[in-house]
Write a protein that binds this ligand. Structure first.
Ligand code: SF4
Length: 685
C-alpha cells in the first residue's frame, strides 16, 4: 500500500453458480497515488457470514486475479476474422449498440422478434442480472427459452411428490444421526456444508455417500455405495420394498400425510433387493443394510443437489427420493427429511411478477425452444434463429452436443452478440462482444440455494474499462432500440425494492445478509402441509399420467446406454477445486494447475484396452471424437469412464470439449438434459 493511499472495506456476496453464496469483504485502496481510481487489494471471506463463516474457496480466493486479469474484455469488440477465429477490433459502445440495434430492427421487420434468441444461464446469480433481461426480452417479444441446463429438473421432480421443491435447511443436518449424501459431492461443490456434517458426525451421525464416482466426499464417508450410473431409482424402490417388508414404515404418519401408499406397496413388492442388485450393481446385503439403517435411525436426512438430474429420467430420481422420508416419517424430526436446494424458500420474499414482468409481453405468447437444445435450435432450417445474445454463459463449453452448437454458430447468416468478462470459446464466434463487470464492480442481491441467507453485494470498485453490468447492458440495448417503456430504464435499487417488497433493503445493505422465513422449529413438514392440492405427499401422483409418465415411482432405463458399438458409460463430472463449471479454467493459476483435460478409467478397463497412465486414448461416439491423456484410477466402476468438464477448447488437443460428446436428450420432465446418459467407445490412439 502506498503511503498516500487510504483503504476501506466493502461487503459483498459471491454470485457464481454455486450453492454456498459466500459472504466476502473487499479491501479497497484509493488515494492520490491511484490515478486509475479505487483498487481492490484484498478479497477475503466474511467471518460474520453464518454459512460460509469466513472461508471462500480456492477459485474465489484468487478472485482479484480474475478482476485484474490482462485477458479481461474491457471494451466492445467487433469481429474482423472468420467466426471462431477470435480476431476482433475495438469499437465504441455507440458503434456496438448502433450495429446491434440496426441488425435486430432488420430481423424483426423481416422475420419477427421470435427470430432473436436470448440465451442466459447461471454465470451470474444476482437478481438484477435476471430482472432486466426478462423485461427487455418480454418487451421485444423475443423467442422464449424453456427448461434449463441445470437445476430445474430437481425441483420439478420433487414437486410431483411434495407439491414444491422445498426441503429442510441443510445446516439443520447438524441434528441428524444418519446423513445420506445421494449424488452430491459435498466436499467439492458445496464445501461450506461439510463442517455442519462434521459437527453431526462428532455427535455420532453416520454419513453414507451414494455416487457413481468415488469422490472426495465418498472417501470421507463412513460407508460408500457405488451404483451403476442412472440406476438409483431401482435402489430406492428396493429400499421401499425392504422398509415395507420389515415393518419399518411410520404408518401413522403415512396415513395422515400421504396418498397412494397401498398402490406403492403393491408396486414395489416386485422390487426385491435381488432384482435391484442386478440392475444397479449393488450387493443384496448392502441394499438390505441401507434400507434398515434408513428405517431405524432418527433423525435421518437425505441430501442431494443437482448432479442426479442429468439423466433422461432425472425428474423421476427426485420424485422417487422425495417419497422415502414420507415412508419412514423422517419429516417429524429436526434434522430429518429431504434436503436439496433451498432457493425455493426465498420465494416468500420475492415478487415473482416483478422479477419476470410477464405483463411486458402485452398478451403475446412467443414461441419457445428448449435451452438444452441450443445446437438443434441453431441448425433448425424450418424456423431459423437469426440472432442471439449470450449472457452469463459459455455455451461452447457448457451445452451438451457442443459440436452441433459450433455448427450453428458458424452460420454466416447468424448475428451473434456475447456479453462476457473474457473472450470465451463462445465469444470467439461472436460478431460483437460486449464487456461485462465482475461481481465486485456492480451492486446486486443474491438469493442463495445452499442456505437461507439473502446476500447483499455492494460494488467495491468502479466497472473496469467500459464494462457494464447485466442491468446496464439491457438499459443500453433498450435505448438503442428506441424503446420507451419506463420499466426498461429503472435504476437498480428501485428494481431491487420491487423484487423484494417485504425486505428492508437498507438493513440488508447495512448488514450484508438476512435470513429468509423458515419454520422456527426447523421441521417444515412435521405435520404435513405440503404444497399439493391435498396438502399430502403424493406417493401416487395421478397428474403425471396426463404427461405420459408413470403415476408411481418407476425405474426406466435410459435410451442411450452402453452398447456393442459404444460400450462405456461416460460421466462428465465437476472434479476441480480451482475452477467452477467453465469459469476460471483458462486463468493461469486455475485450469492449468488442475493438470489439463483427461479421460479417467479403472485399471481393469485400461489394461484390457492396452492403455496406461498418461497414454493417449481416443474417446468417441456419433457426436464427436476427442483425444485425451489417460488417468487410471479406482474411482469408477468397470465400464464407466469420466471426462471432467470445464476446460475450454484451447486446452484440449483437438479443440473439442467434454460436452462435445454428451447427449442432448431432454429429461422426462423439468426441461433438463441427459448429459450423464452418454455412451462412448474408448481405444488407444
Ligand atoms: S464459488 Fe462457491 S464456495 Fe467459492 S466463494 Fe463463491 S459461493 Fe463460495
Amino acid at each position: 500500500m502506498s503511503e498516500t493511499a487510504a483503504t476501506h472495506t466493502v461487503h459483498g456476496t459471491c454470485h457464481h453458480d454455486c450453492p454456498d453464496s459466500c459472504g466476502w469483504v473487499v479491501t479497497v485502496e484509493s488515494g492520490s497515488s491511484r490515478a486509475d481510481g479505487p483498487v481492490a487489494v484484498q478479497l477475503r471471506g466474511n467471518p460474520a457470514h453464518p454459512f460460509s463463516q469466513g472461508e471462500l474457496c480456492p477459485k474465489v480466493n484468487r478472485f482479484l486475479d480474475r478482476v485484474y486479469s490482462p485477458e479481461r474484455v474491457l471494451h466492445p469488440l467487433r469481429r474482423v476474422g472468420a467466426k471462431g477465429e477470435g480476431r476482433f477490433e475495438q469499437i465504441s459502445w455507440t458503434e456496438a449498440l448502433a450495429e446491434i440495434a440496426g441488425r435486430w430492427a432488420e430481423i424483426i421487420a423481416t422475420d419477427g422478434a421470435e427470430a432473436i434468441l436470448p440465451y442466459v444461464s447461471a454465470g451470474n446469480q444476482g437478481l438484477l442480472a435476471l430482472m432486466f433481461g426478462n423485461r427487455f426480452w418480454n418487451h421485444m417479444g423475443a423467442l422464449g427459452v424453456d427448461g434449463s441446463l441445470c437445476g430445474a429438473v430437481a425441483g420439478a421432480g420433487a414437486a410431483t411428490t411434495n407439491g414444491s421443491g422445498k426441503g429442510i435447511d441443510p445446516s439443520d443436518m447438524v441434528h441428524s444421526k444418519l446423513i445420506i449424501l445421494w449424488g452430491t459431492n459435498t466436499r467439492l461443490t458445496n464445501r461450506h456444508l461439510w463442517p455442519f456434517i462434521e459437527q453431526a458426525r462428532a455427535k455420532g451421525a453416520q454419513v453414507i455417500v451414494i455416487d457413481p464416482i468415488r469422490t472426495i466426499t465418498a472417501e470421507s464417508a463412513d460407508w460408500f455405495l457405488q451404483p451403476l450410473p442412472g440406476t438409483d431409482v431401482a435402489l430406492m424402490l428396493a429400499m421401499m420394498h425392504v422398509l415395507i417388508r420389515d415393518g419399518l414404515i411410520d404408518h401413522e404418519w403415512v396415513a395422515a400425510h400421504t396418498i397412494g401408499f397401498d398402490d406403492l406397496a403393491a408396486h414395489v413388492a416386485e422390487w426385491t433387493p435381488e432384482r435391484a442388485a442386478a440392475t444397479c450393481g449393488i450387493a443384496v446385503a448392502a441394499i438390505e443394510r441401507l434400507a434398515t439403517l434408513y428405517g431405524t435411525i432418527r433423525p435421518a436426512a437425505l441430501r442431494t443437489l443437482i448432479g442426479a438430474e442429468h439423466h433422461e429420467h432425472g425428474a423421476m430420481f427426485f420424485r422417487t427420493l422425495a417419497c422415502l422420508p414420507a415412508l419412514v416419517g423422517a419429516w417429524r424430526d429436526l434434522g430429518g427429511g429431504f434436503s436439496r436446494s433451498v432457493g425455493v424458500w426465498s420465494s416468500a420474499v420475492l415478487d415473482e411478477g416483478a422479477l419476470t414482468r410477464p405483463d411486458l409481453l402485452a398478451g403475446r405468447e412467443p414461441r419457445g425452444v428448449w435451452m438444452p437444445h441450443l445446437g438443434r435450435v441453431l441448425t433448425d432450417t424450418v424456423a431459423p434463429v437469426k440472432s442471439l445474445l449470450f449472457v452469463a454463459v459459455n455455451a461452447m463449453v457448457s451445452v451438451p452436443n457442443t459440436e452441433l452448437v459450433r455448427e450453428g454458430l458458424l452460420r454466416d447468416d447468424l448475428f451473434t452478440v456475447v456479453h462476457d468478462q473474457f473472450l470465451t470459446d463462445t465469444a470467439q464466434y461472436a460478431d460483437i462482444v460486449l464487456p461485462a463487470t465482475t461481481h465486485i464492480e456492480a451492486t446486486d442481491v443474491v438469493t442463495a440455494w445452499g442456505h437461507l441467507y439473502l446476500g447483499w453485494n455492494e460494488a467495491a470498485i468502479p466497472p473496469q474499462g467500459e464494462a457494464v453490468s447485466n442491468s446496464e447492458l439491457h438499459r443500453r440495448l433498450a435505448a438503442a432500440m428506441g424503446y420507451s417503456e419506463p420499466l426498461l430504464f429503472e435504476d437498480d435499487i428501485t428494481a431491487l425494492r420491487a423484487a423484494l417488497p417485504t425486505i428492508d433493503l437498507d438493513r440488508l445493505r447495512a448488514e450484508g445478509f438476512l435470513r429468509v422465513p423458515y419454520p422456527e422449529d426447523g421441521r417444515p413438514f412435521a405435520d404435513g402441509g405440503f404444497a399439493t392440492p391435498s396438502g399430502k405427499v403424493l406417493l401416487r401422483c395421478d397428474a403425471l399420467a396426463a404427461e405420459g409418465h408413470p403415476v408411481l415411482p418407476t425405474y426406466i432405463a435410459a435410451g442411450e446406454a452402453p452398447s456393442a458399438e459404444y460400450p462405456f458409460a461416460l460421466l462428465t463430472p465437476k472434479q476441480h477445486t480451482r475452477f467452477l463449471n467453465s469459469s476460471y479454467s483458462h486463468l493461469p493459476k486455475h485450469g492449468p494447475l488442475e493438470g489439463g483435460p483427461f479421460v479417467e478409467l479403472v485399471a481393469s478397463d485400461a489394461e484390457r484396452l492396452g492403455l496406461s497412465d498418461g497414454a493417449l486414448a481416443r474417446v468417441w461416439n456419433d457426436r464427436a471424437s476427442l483425444e485425451l491423456p489417460v488417468r487410471v484410477s479406482e474411482r469408477l466402476r468397470p465400464g464407466v469412464v469420466a471426462v471432467p468438464w470445464g476446460w475450454w477448447g484451447a486446452q484440449h488437443a483437438d479443440g473439442k470439449v467434454a460436452n462435445s460428446l454428451t447427449n442432448d436428450t431432454l429429461t422426462d420432465w423439468g426441461g433438463g438434459v441427459a448429459y450423464s446418459d452418454t455412451a462412448v467407445a474408448v481405444a488407444a490412439v
